[in-house]
Design a protein. Sequence first.
Length: 447
Amino acid sequence: MSIIQFPTEMKWGVATASYQIEGAVNEDGRGLSIWDTFSHTPGKVLNGDNGDIACDSYHRYEEDIALLKDLGVDVYRFSIAWPRIYPQGTGDVNEKGLAFYHKFVDTLLENGIEPICTLYHWDLPQALQDEGGWNNRSTIDAFVEYAETMFREFKGKINYWITLNEPWCTSFLSNYLGVHAPGYNDLQLAVNVSHHLLLAHGRAVQKFRELNIEGEIGYAPNTTWIDPYSNKTEDIQACQREIGWYIEWFMDPVFKGKYPEFLVEWFKNKGVKLPINEGDLEVIKQPIDFIGINYYSGHVGRYKEGEGLFHLEMIDLGYERTDIDWPIYPDGFYHVLTHITERYGKVPIYITENGSCYNEEPVHGRVKDNNRIKYLQQHLTSLHRAIQSGVNIKGYISWSLMDNFEWAEGYSKRFGLVFINFRTLERIKKDSFYWYKKTIENKWFDL
Ligand code: BGC
């Protein structure tokens, strides 16, 4: 038996996001978001699902916080629905929206749970999309206005802020691969959006410092790791391009003040123009207090002419997969973390998402999700390896507290430690909930 023991000061938590859990889309003055529009467009989300009700957490937040309390987490990562605060994206503040999050954050604090707040977890106000969305620089101004309102309103209550969740998804997945809202297939547009998102991040950080808000601020890019199939240069380079699309493209500008040359060249050869104005990169390169890392899966890949954006073919070596068909690759987690530390120094890192999709249902009231426990053990062991190798890990936040609206997959994919019956909205703690609770309590587990 091997004991995996974590540092005592490490923080433990779980995460969710507004559109995925809240429901109540027409209540208390909330405006439309691009996900309302997208999910109500036939053919965009599996089974025609949408977030109208989701987990109904807008009404059941006290019950959810009781779950968090029972789980024993130090922190809860949640996101604010921008259209609840600014129904039109900008202009008048909706006081009822603010009041909801005050009640919610107060209840977390009363229960001794530290809130970690994500400002943008994808629910862009539709009114801003109608003006071009993230392709239009005025959306950046609107974001900074919204961020400022939240900083002023919640200073002293919320001490940890995440500007953006997974800018790769909101740029490339949403505007080039067309899988997420707003659902376009345009590489130039996606590159523009990626740059404007980073600018929005940088400007929000500047605002945070200018207002002298106590606390910490960072952002949460998504990562992956692709091991080259062989040591041939072409295989290695194809993998580097794919990894770099997630990591270097979104982190070099923040930590080094420039985009990675190998990708700049690649995009230029595709006829893409970088929408960089003078001074942009200085704005993006704001010192941040931590970086949030989201990691789920990795692959093995090799060069193949014409395959995908980067001539990369994924090779199925038979790794086990979760129920969303993502290969389980815990070593990739370790590689991502050490790679980031080697490239950017010992930046404080919170794992802001890591978790697995398994669709087990309750049998006689119990959900035996042993696979999820195994996934957690494997990834926490990789995390531990990274800590032992000098990676500066401050906390681990698992995705997700509960099953929820899994974007384009609707309700068909379950990532929760708590099972949700989407008909009755009953919450049932899965076996993984109890395993995680014990691990948080002990700060170790055995293998
Ligand atoms: C997102 C979550 C999502 C999870 C699982 C991340 O891409 O931040 O909102 O539910 O991964 O797909």
